[in-house]
Ligand binder design. Structure first.
Ligand SMILES: Cc1ncc(COP(=O)(O)O)c(C=O)c1O
Length: 396
């Protein structure tokens, strides 16, 4: 498999502009830690009393502590691990919503929110109201103020759009929900690790994160923060290694929401991603991403035929720029970028169809460029040079 990849890929020579899908490159230690864990520390946490198990236990605890530290959560047991943000969002939505609940959500949500909500709505469990967003992706706060009902239980907020990068006015939205006693679930898939999130100061109820994007960890990692006092119904039940004598799933956290063997190898990598973020500092990561997005936006703006979506102000967006080129199919641009220039990006709807309706790019979508902490100005010069060639050809 590794040989196939090396032969087919020459992956290292590609210029990567798809960090919103999954981040690359990772810090060197992230590649190494899973292998070390599997070779030397391979035990099943909580399942026996031997050395390897205890080591695996400690590893999981360190991962929990590191995530708790990042999100300023005092009690690490309120962090549970899941497969990814999608899994965490499903655990949150299906665990907190019940018959008759009303849910508010925005046009910028990803399918990992839209689809579980759609199923709950179709099955007659919940009703929902969509908060429309502007052409640059900002939720209509006046509409939100009027949308609450007596049965509203939850407001779902997309922290930063994976289509436009637009950062939601988090504090205002949370305060608005809490004034009515409505819980808030934050989808931080695009911001964890790159934008500061203080769950305590924000008084967040639920926060879903993924490990393989801004946290720089391996795929197959992610999780959910659950505020103290909030008891979600478990989506999965089974072995936890604790209270094996009882025939119902344990109620204590984190076991309550974690059934089955955890992804220790992935968590070993995630710890290293988090360590890199701590050493570098989120402020420094954010500063680089703001600077690089501003440069990219400015370079693209100068190319005739290119239309940009999302906020012009880099301080109001994560490190994403979406664009279309007049009279040119987005998929074709992606194809040419990869095949003629070795540049990787994402084209189409990016699993967020309502966001494209808001910015008027449905159903054809956009070309999404998502640089990351390791992207340089020289990378952007090469990319924009390629796009200038493509735009010239398209203009005939
Ligand atoms: C805003 C948003 N939410 C959720 C997800 C799902 O993340 P994951 O692929 O880790 O399940 C993504 C992934 O692109 C996303 O961008």
């Amino acid at each position: 498999m590794i040989n196939d990849f090396e032969q087919a890929g020459n992956c290292n020579s590609n210029l990567y502009f798809d960090n919103a899908a999954t981040s690359w490159p990772k810090p060197e230690a992230v590649y190494k830690a899973p292998e070390i864990q599997m070779r030397q520390g391979c035990g099943n946490p909580g399942r026996s009393g031997h050395t390897r198990t205890l080591e695996a236990d400690r590893l999981v605890y360190r991962a929990r502590e590191a995530v708790a530290g990042l999100f300023r959560v005092a009690d690490p047991s309120r962090i549970i691990f899941a497969l990814n943000a999608t899994d965490a969002l499903n655990i949150a939505l299906k665990g907190c919503l019940g018959k008759g609940d009303h849910v508010l959500y925005t046009s910028m949500e990803h399918n990992s929110v839209l689809r579980p909500l759609g199923t709950l709505r179709r099955d007659g469990v919940i009703t929902t109201t969509l908060i429309p967003c502007s052409e640059t992706g900002f939720p209509d706060l006046d509409f939100l103020e009027e949308a609450y009902r007596a049965d509203t239980r939850l407001l779902v907020i997309n922290h930063a759009s994976n289509v436009t990068g637009t950062i939601a006015p988090l504090q205002k939205m949370i305060q608005s929900a809490h004034r009515r006693g409505v819980m808030v679930l934050l989808d931080a898939a695009q911001t964890a690790g790159t934008i500061e999130i203080d769950t305590g100061a924000l008084e967040l109820d639920l926060l879903a994160f993924t490990g393989h994007k801004g946290l720089l960890g391996p795929t197959g990692t992610g999780g959910l923060y659950v505020k103290k006092g909030l008891n979600l119904k478990p989506l999965r039940e089974g072995g936890t290694g604790s209270q094996s004598e009882i025939d119902l799933h344990p109620e204590s956290m984190p076991e309550r929401l974690e059934a089955g063997t955890l992804n220790n190898a992935g968590l070993a990598g995630l710890i290293e991603g988090l360590a890199f973020i701590e050493q570098t500092g989120i402020a420094a990561i954010r500063e680089h991403e703001v600077e690089i997005r501003a440069y990219l936006y400015q370079q693209l703006q100068a190319i005739s035929g290119i239309r940009l979506y999302g906020p012009a102000d880099p301080g109001s967006a994560s490190c994403i720029v979406s664009f279309t080129l007049d009279n040119t199919d987005c998929g074709e641009i992606g194809y040419i970028l990869e095949n003629n220039y070795g540049i990787l990006c994402r084209t189409g709807l990016h699993c967020a169809p309502l966001a494209h309706k808001a910015i008027h790019t449905f159903p054809t979508g956009t070309v999404r460029l998502s640089p990351g902490y390791f992207t340089t100005r020289a990378d952007i010069d090469y990319l924009t040079g390629a796009l200038r060639d493509i735009a010239k050809l398209a203009a005939g």
